[in-house]
Structures are given as structure tokens and as C-alpha cells.
Design a protein around this ligand. Structure first.
Ligand SMILES: *[C@@H]1O[C@H](CO)[C@@H](O)[C@H](O)[C@H]1NC(C)=O
Ligand SMILES: *[C@@H]1O[C@H](CO)[C@@H](O)[C@H](O)[C@H]1NC(C)=O
Ligand SMILES: [Zn+2]
Length: 986
């Protein structure tokens, strides 16, 4: 993004000036700035806010600048200007800002006077940042690593600019479509005191308003226990101002008229009306405090309109009684509300402890917002690739002396944007999708330069150009296709050695690949399936892929391989055979029944019936019964149609890999892969262009049918971390009525994994995904994942378009993978290792050997590198390693096992920090909260608990700092600890 490119050079000096002019004693922000509540009164906290999507029906820049489009004229830049003016007029007025991306865009454009005025308001607590991430991220389809990154990046900007007055204290997740445990757990680890939710299931909401359980303590992680507890408040009626009280230029509501002489006078009835509705809300909450959001989407372009009217209401209501009650109406903020509830309850919340998440989200019986778990599968995959490369780029830049943080920032910020609840979800228009792809692509290009520079330094091949092949997803790579010889450098971002099967499109018929010691590696040449060859937009002469196993690529490091064409030889795997029964030497045997499906798999002494099929639901277009759209999934009938293949699979049997190529119809094909020495089966599917000459939407699923007795139970992951138990047609916290729509109401977000297990025998089936998808187990023994969808209509939730994705002038073709494991129930480690290796895949960089032979190349350059001194324990993951400030690095260590998941690996583990890295010496390590915007020792949370004493919140009991002379760090199950390291190169 252009604006992000320039801020560092131009504006840093100004920021410096401002933060210097503020003394700590001057800070009136935080809880001490909150308005006072009154005993015996109904305390109404009015929260002026604007919900500013980072792209939706307009692009980010169109929203920011207010580019007029047929769908909207709003301009976010004016909101900042206007709120600043209005707050400067009266000191009791308040406002909250949420996303940092828009704020930063505005801030970089301001002069010093404006910045000082703005900073002054932050310092006085009139302007408060809540959440503070780069975007208000989705909670269903996002991976925890990217959530943590995007929160940290926003929080860092805020802390850099305003210091501690801009340490948000609450999460403001008022629009995402359902809520995850992992997100709540992240908020707790960020040091937040509370979280506000907008959207929970309509039935859940009805029960909660009735039973007064709209507020509760959320124990968001079973493993982290009480330290993951966070006070949670569900907003009464989303985040919009009450009906009749939207005083926005974009609203039609009447102003408040307080001139008693005027024939238009309405102050009394309006005040009456307002207190009535406030009283109504009070009944659903358990203290004297009620939070009323005074805002809307993109509201406050003309802030004075809001404040002028609200000022009048406040004055009048506070000076009168209504229905015998006295009201104390005040401008407030969500954190001031939390503080007021804490004071009144003394931190004891009677509605008890919640341990469940809020999926799936339905706003009425016909509106399950579960289509968006799958919508726009290509951008969902692109986002995951973005994370993969961002982590590699950060690591490479931390491990070398690269100072190109600006270029790194572009991808950090692009990934922050991608997490937005209308970005990765696919609930944005097609044009906005293209814009997200543009932004992410720009970020990736910049990071490729960072990686190139870092690799030049690490390999000492300073004249080489290390490129990547961004189009290997369509088996296209001009570098590998044309070359007679290449240096292939495989970088492994994980803390353990991994074997990576390198796969490159080529045009030759025989290749030799050698490792740095000159050992020749096994190589296989397999035909690229015709479905891939026909992907629209593919421009390549390659019809074969070269595959070789890069064995044991060093942890947090790389190894380079030499690849050469062997002229006049042909080593292509013999032509495929059509076969019904097949036995491999790969730990799994299989046979294919008459439709080309797998019939049975075996492993060790386990046997399972497994059939994989593709099926498609017909998406409804009938508005009276709910439709399928970008958000919603509403099939016409509960049973999907089979998609039957027209041929047996063609099998290519090789030493490294056996592939079965299947074609089901003109828009659906698949390659099933069995790898030597890998414990999973890969299903590489290609779907699209979906039919459009039909009268319904097409929503395609891949279904795995087994003989496991799963007893209505299945498990899905929470943002790629802890597993959540799901029970078909059941909700854990209320009496669920399933009048309608069994498939949608049983759909859950699968960010990375879905599992079923046999209730009697020790066997389970796990399907790992390469992007977020909707999934379910609608019958015992079954798992289904929705892989692609189109809809003929819009689902009337504001996006305004049917979901008809296209690229290259035709309906979009999507390629993706499922990794299927079956094993005994306790082999979680294998699943985790594979999930990690897919999320943080080793990256292939390509360069030219120039005129050197392998021998000469090895003499001259460094072909192998690991940043680690010692391997880490199996249950420890280096979640983050990135350059942070001048000579400091940000490091996050994560315990990757949940409590009781594994007898050994679920134990607490100690890491000796100064024995981990070979690349640098740690001079100092200081622990920070998860967002790295404040030191752990400074962070103090409000304690909320339930009446029974055992639930008492304990200040990160699970993570006592143990940084003694040895810098040893204790990690408990599922714990993430964040350090800022001062380092010097070795
Ligand atoms: C927060 O920002 C201040 C300057 O505003 C800086 O001194 C401090 O080190 C930052 N905190 C962290 C944890 O980086
Ligand atoms: C209060 O507002 C609602 C919604 O605008 C309206 O239907 C109702 O008539 C109003 N009541 C009074 C007393 O103004
Ligand atoms: Zn939104």
C-alpha cells in the first residue's frame, strides 16, 4: 500500500516530539478518567463509536477517502476529523476507535497541531482505543498466529504513538459472525479486562436475555484454566444505536428538539422513549449499569450531529425521573463500563462460568452464517500462504542483518487487513476481493526482496538472486521449467527438522538432484493432471512435475540442492494403469471400488473402511425459506447429490509417491497421493468452474465415510489450536431446537482440523485442511468439508451480490488439499506435526548455480544453515521470531499440547533460552504480554470470578516468570510466552 510505504521516513520525528511532550504524571486516561456511576441510579453508559470495516462493499481506500460508488459515499477520514472537533468542544464527550489500520492512515496525513490535539484527547481518556488490532478480525476462519500478529501490530503502533494511554483494555468484537474460545483466550493474554460480543445465536440470545446471563466469566482455555478467564458482555441488540436514536447524516431519525416553544418540541417524549428502552435492557443484565452503543456502520462523519442531540438527552434525563427511577446517563466507554460492573459486583459474576464458544452463529432459523466458513476459498488459501511467507520473511530478516523493516511492514499490514471479518470470510464483493489480493500480493513482493537479501547474506552468494515460484499452485514456474540446472534452497521455518517433498513443474525427461555432500536424491517425474493443465490462466509448457524429498531440512534454517537435467534420458514414471486393487509399500494399502473411491485403508494393525466422495448441495434461491449467499448456507434439501466419476482412477506407482488421478466431471477432479514415509493420505482436489446454467447455487463437499461409531460427536479446532467438542443437533448451553436446516445448524468452522473417533475402539480419523472451511459430521462415521460454493442470489445481509467468483473471465477454479490421517486416538503429535508443517511449510527458493559445479559452489557458499544450537523439546514451538526494534527481536514460545492430550508431551516444559539459538547471543530477555505492547510486570487485570471460590482468577498462575541467570522459561500446556530479546550476533 502506498500510504504504508511512506510513513516511516516522513513522520517518525513528529511522533517523537509528541511522546516526549507528555509526562507520565499528566496521564488522566484509563480507569481514573471514567465517569462516575451513582448508587441508586440506573447508570447508562453511552458509547459513541463507528464501525468501520476494512473493506466490504468498497475497498479500503474507497472507504477511507470517501470515493463515491453506487453503493456508498462514506469516507472514514472525515470521521477522525469530525470526532476530533466534537470532542474538543466538551470534555465529557467520549469516543472509541477500534481498528488501527484506518487510524494510522489518517494519522500519517496529519500535521503536528492536529496530532497534538488528538494525543491530548487520548491522554485525557476522551478518545479511547479498544481492541486496537490492525483490523477487527474474524474469529471463525482465522488462524491464531495471524490473529496474534495482527493484534500485536496494531497495539505496537498505538503504544509507539501514545504510550500507555493507548493500551486497550477490552476487546470490541461487535460484528464478527460468531466467537471463538481462542480469541477470548488471546484477549486474556493481551492483558484485557473484558470482551464485548455483538453476534450470538438468536436462540442463545433469547435464553440469555431471559435468564440474565448476557454477562459471564468465559474460561476460554481448558488448558490455561483460570488465567484464560475473561469477563464477557453480550450487547443487547448488536452495536447500532437504538431505533430512533441514530443521529447520523446517513440515518433518518428525528433530532431531539428541546425548545419548548417550538411546535416541533419532542424532548420529553424522546427522553421517555430512551429511558423506556434502557430500562428494558437493564432487565437482561445483572447490575445497575447498561451499555448503549451510540453508533452504526461508518457513523460520525458529522460527529456534531450525534453529540448535539445526545447532549440534550443526557441533560434532560439526568434532571428528571422516569417511571419513578433516576437515571445517570453519561458518555462512557466499554472499558469504563467493565470497571463499573467490576466495582458493583466486586468482581463476582453470578451467572457462572462459560467454557464454550459461539459457533455456529444464526440470526434467525433460516440464517446460519456458515457459508462464509468456505466462501471465496482461493482468497482463504492465499491468506494462509501469506502467513507462511510472512513468518519466513520475519525469521530470515531476524537471522540476518537486514534492516528492511519497511518492506516487512507491508506484509505485516496486508496480513492484518486479511484478518478483517469481511476479508478472509469472503463476505466482501468481488471487486474488493481483487483489491485484497492486490494488497497481499504487494506485501508478498516486498517480502520476497527481504528474503532475497537475507539469503544472499546467509549463503554468502551475494550475487545470486533467490526467487520463488508463486504459481506452483497451478503447477507453473518459469524458473524450473526452463532451467538446465538450478540451486534449490529449501528454508524450514519450524524448530524441528522436516522432510519436504519438493515439487516443481519441469519440461525435461530426466533430472539429477544432489544434496551439498554430493549425494544423489531419489527423484520422481509424474505427469501433471489434465485438470491442472487446463486451469484457466495457466501459461506453461510443463506437463510433468519433478518431485524429490529434501530430507531433514535443518530447523529454522535451510539446505541448498543442486538440480540438473540429464540429457538424452527418460525417467518419467511409467504410464498410469487403471487399477481396482492396489497395495503400496507406504504403510497404507488401499483398493478402489468401481467409482474410483478408496475402499479400505490399513495401517499397522488398524483397519478402517474409508470412502471418499464428492457431493454437492443445491443452494436455495427462495427468499421466504432463506437463501444461500456469501454469508449463509441454505440447501434446498438436506441431502446433497453425489458427483459420480466417469472412470476408475489412473494410478501412477512410484518409489516416492503413488498418485491416483481421478476425474469426476468437467469441473471436478482429484489426485490422491501416498508418500513414502508420510503418515497421511493427501487429497489434492480441483473444483470449478462451478455450473451457472442451473437454477440453484452449487455447494461442493468432500465427504469421508467410515465405519467408525462416532456417536454424534466430532471435534473441530479453535483457530488452529485447542479442539472443541461438537455434538450433532445439540448446543451445550441451551435447549436447542432444530426445527429446520440440519446441515447448516451442524456446520462449524474448521480452521485446520476435524476429527471423529470410535467410541469403542481406539481409532480416530482426522482431516487437516490447507485453509479454513465449513465442516460437519452429519452422520456417525462421516466427515464432510465444504470446498467451494457459488450462489445465484445475494443473501440480503448488505454485501449486495451473489457469490459468483470469477477469474480469467470465467467462474473461478480452486485447487486445495486435505490431509487424512487415521491412527490410534492418542497419536496427537503426528497430527500436530503435520498441521504445523502445512501451515508453516518449508519454502522453496530458486537461484542459479552460475558457472559453478557443485563442488565449487559448496567451497564458495554456505549451502546449509540452522539458527538453532539445540533442538527444542517436541512440545515447544517457536511461534514468533521477528525483528522488533533496533537490535531487539520478538520471540514467542508456545507449548503446543493441550492439557491431558498426551501423557508425556502435555507436561509442563522448560526451555533454556540461551541454549536455543546458534545465530545470536541473548543479552537480555524481557517478558511482555502477548501483544508485546506492555511488559508483563506492568500488566494488571481486573479480577472477575464466579461465586464458587475455585474459579478465582489467578494472575497468570500458569506462567510465573522464571528468568534467572539461565534464562529458563517454563511453559504449561497451551501457554504462549512473549519475550523481547536484546541480541548480538555471534
Ligand atoms: C511502549 O511505548 C513506549 C513509548 O511510548 C516505550 O518506551 C515502551 O518501551 C513501549 N513498550 C514496549 C513493551 O515496547
Ligand atoms: C419510541 O420509539 C419507537 C421506535 O421509533 C416508536 O415506535 C415508539 O412509538 C416511540 N415511543 C415514544 C413514546 O415515543
Ligand atoms: Zn463489520
Amino acid at each position: 500500500m502506498k500510504w504504508a510505504n511512506t510513513y516511516l521516513t516522513i513522520f517518525i520525528p513528529l511522533i517523537g516530539l509528541i511522546s516526549c511532550s507528555l509526562n507520565d504524571e499528566d496521564f488522566l486516561c484509563g480507569y481514573s478518567s471514567c465517569p462516575t456511576t451513582k448508587e441508586g441510579y440506573i447508570n447508562i453508559h453511552l458509547v459513541p463509536h463507528s464501525h468501520d470495516d476494512l473493506g466490504w462493499v468498497k475497498t479500503i481506500d474507497q472507504y477511507y477517502y470517501g470515493v463515491h460508488t453506487p453503493v456508498s459515499n462514506v469516507g472514514v477520514q472525515y470521521i477522525y476529523d469530525s470526532v476530533l472537533n466534537s470532542l474538543s468542544r466538551r470534555t465529557d464527550r467520549r469516543f472509541i476507535f477500534v481498528e488501527t489500520a484506518y487510524f494510522w492512515k489518517w494519522w500519517t496525513e496529519q500535521d503536528e497541531v492536529t496530532r497534538t490535539d488528538f494525543a491530548e484527547l487520548v491522554k485525557r481518556g476522551q478518545l479511547e482505543f479498544v481492541s486496537g488490532g490492525w483490523s477487527m478480525n474474524d474469529e471463525a476462519t482465522t488462524n491464531y498466529q495471524s490473529i496474534i500478529d495482527q493484534m500485536s501490530w496494531g497495539l505496537r503502533r498505538l503504544n509507539d504513538t501514545f504510550g500507555k494511554c493507548a493500551h486497550p483494555k477490552v476487546g470490541w468484537q461487535i460484528d464478527p459472525f460468531g466467537h471463538s474460545n481462542e480469541m477470548a483466550s488471546i484477549f486474556a493474554s493481551l492483558g484485557f479486562d473484558g470482551v464485548f460480543l455483538g453476534r450470538i445465536d438468536y436462540q442463545d440470545r433469547a435464553f440469555r436475555t431471559y435468564y440474565e446471563t448476557m454477562e459471564f466469566v468465559w474460561r476460554s482455555s481448558q488448558s490455561l484454566g483460570a488465567s484464560s478467564d475473561i469477563f464477557t458482555s453480550v450487547l443487547y441488540d448488536l452495536y447500532v444505536a437504538p431505533t430512533g436514536f441514530c443521529f447520523d447524516v446517513e440515518c433518518d431519525d428525528q433530532p431531539i428538539i428541546d425548545d419548548i416553544e417550538s411546535p416541533e418540541y419532542n424532548l420529553h417524549t424522546r427522553a421517555q422513549n430512551f429511558t423506556d428502552l434502557a430500562f428494558q435492557r437493564l432487565l437482561s443484565y445483572s447490575t445497575s449499569n447498561v451499555l448503549i452503543p451510540m453508533g452504526n456502520d461508518f457513523a460520525y462523519q458529522d460527529a456534531e450531529m450525534w453529540y448535539k442531540n445526545i447532549d440534550k438527552l443526557i441533560r434532560y434525563i439526568n434532571n428528571n425521573t422516569f417511571g419513578g427511577y433516576q437515571y445517570n446517563v453519561m458518555y462512557s466507554t466499554p472499558s469504563c463500563y467493565v470497571k463499573a460492573v467490576h466495582e458493583e459486583t466486586k468482581g463476582i459474576i453470578y451467572s457462572g462460568l462459560n467454557t464454550f464458544d459461539f459457533f455456529p452463529y444464526a440470526s434467525n432459523p433460516y440464517a446460519f452464517w456458515v457459508g462464509c466458513y468456505t466462501s471465496r476459498p482461493a482468497i482463504k488459501r492465499f491468506e494462509r500462504m501469506g502467513n507462511n511467507f510472512l513468518q519466513i520473511c520475519k525469521q530470515l530478516s531476524a537471522l540476518s542483518n537486514q534492516k528492511e523493516t519497511e518492506k516487512l511492514n507491508n506484509l505485516r499490514e496486508a496480513m492484518g487487513i486479511m484478518q478483517h471479518h469481511d476479508a478472509i470470510t469472503g463476505t466482501e464483493t468481488q471487486n474488493v476481493t481483487f483489491d485484497y489480493a492486490r494488497i497481499l500480493d504487494n506485501g508478498l513482493s516486498d517480502c520476497r526482496e527481504v528474503a532475497n537479501d537475507a539469503l544472499r547474506e546467509l549463503t554468502k552468494a551475494v550475487h545470486s538472486k533467490f526467487t520463488t515460484c508463486p504459481l506452483t499452485n497451478i503447477s507453473q514456474c518459469y524458473q524450473s521449467e526452463a532451467a538446465k540446472s538450478l540451486v534449490i534452497t529449501v528454508y524450514n521455518p519450524l524448530e524441528r527438522n522436516v522432510t519436504k517433498y519438493v515439487r516443481l513443474p519441469v519440461t525435461g525427461r530426466a533430472y539429477r538432484v544432489r544434496d551439498p555432500s554430493g549425494n544423489e536424491l531419489p527423484v520422481q517425474l509424474l505427469p501433471i493432471s489434465s485438470a491442472v493443465l487446463n486451469i484457466p490462466g495457466r501459461v506453461s509448457d510443463a506437463t510433468l512435475e519433478l518431485i524429490f524429498p529434501a530430507y531433514d531440512v535443518p530447523a529454522l534454517g535451510y539446505r541448498s540442492y543442486f538440480m540438473e537435467v540429464i540429457e538424452d534420458e527418460d525417467r518419467v514414471t511409467p504410464v498410469g494403469v487403471s487399477s481396482k486393487y492396489f497395495s503400496t509399500n507406504m504403510g497404507v494399502d488401499f483398493d478402489i471400488n468401481e467409482f474410483g473411491f478408496i475402499g479400505k485403508i490399513y495401517k499397522d494393525n488398524l483397519t478402517m473402511q474409508l470412502k471418499q466422495t464428492f457431493q454437492a448441495y443445491k443452494g436455495s434461491t427462495n427468499n421466504s425459506e432463506g437463501v444461500s449467499g456469501a454469508y449463509l448456507f441454505n440447501p434446498i434439501t438436506s441431502e446433497p447429490d453425489y458427483i459420480i466419476g466417469d472412470a476408475d482412477g489412473v494410478v501412477y506407482n512410484g518409489e516416492l509417491i503413488t498418485e491416483i488421478h481421478q476425474r469426476f466431471n468437467a469441473w471436478l477432479s482429484q489426485v490422491i497421493r501416498f508418500y513414502d514415509n508420510e503418515n497421511f493420505i493427501e487429497f489434492d482436489w480441483i473444483v470449478g468452474p462451478l455450473p451457472t446454467n442451473v437454477t440453484h447455487g452449487t455447494e461442493v463437499i468432500s465427504k469421508f465415510t467410515t465405519n467408525l461409531k462416532s456417536d454424534s460427536i466430532f471435534y473441530t479446532d479453535s483457530n488452529g489450536r485447542e479442539m472443541m467438542k461438537r455434538i450433532r443437533n445439540h448446543r451445550p448451553t441451551w435447549n436447542f431446537s432444530t426445527i429446520l436446516q440440519p446441515p447448516p445448524s451442524n456446520y462449524y468452522p474448521v480452521t485446520s482440523k476435524i476429527v471423529i473417533e470410535d467410541v469403542e475402539e481406539n481409532i480416530q480419523l482426522a482431516v487437516l485442511t490447507d485453509r479454513a472451511q465449513g465442516g460437519s459430521s452429519l452422520k456417525d462415521g462421516e466427515i464432510e468439508l465444504m470446498i467451494h460454493r457459488n450462489t445465484l442470489v445475494d443473501d440480503v445481509l448488505g454485501m449486495g451480490e451473489p457469490l459468483l467468483e470469477y477469474a480469467h473471465n470465467q467462474s473461478l477454479v480452486v485447487r486445495g488439499s486435505h490431509y487424512v490421517l487415521f491412527d490410534t486416538k492418542n497419536n496427537i503429535f503426528e497430527q500436530r506435526k503435520i498441521a504445523q508443517a502445512k501451515l508453516l511449510d518449508s519454502w522453496v527458493f530458486i537461484s542459479s548455480p552460475e558457472e559453478y559445479s557443485l563442488e565449487e559452489y559448496r567451497q564458495k557458499f554456505s549451502m546449509e544453515f540452522s539458527a538453532l544450537q539445540n533442538s527444542l523439546p517436541d512440545n515447544v514451538h517457536i511461534l514468533t521470531l521477528e525483528p522488533w526494534r533496533e537490535s531487539t527481536l520478538l520471540l514467542r514460545l508456545e507449548h503446543i499440547f493441550a492439557k491431558d492430550e498426551d501423557p508425556l508431551l502435555s507436561q509442563p516444559v522448560t526451555v533454556k533460552l540461551n541454549e536455543v539459538f546458534a545465530a545470536f547471543n541473548i543479552v537480555e530477555a524481557k517478558e511482555a504480554t502477548l501483544g508485546a505492547n506492555q511488559w508483563s510486570e506492568e500488566s494488571e487485570r481486573l479480577k472477575f470470578a464466579t461465586p464458587d471460590g475455585e474459579d478465582v482468577f489467578t494472575e497468570s498462575e500458569a506462567g510465573i516468570v522464571e528468568l534467572n541467570g539461565e534464562l529458563s522459561v517454563l511453559l504449561n500446556p497451551m501457554q504462549i510466552r512473549t519475550f523481547i530479546l536484546a541480541v548480538v550476533s555471534k
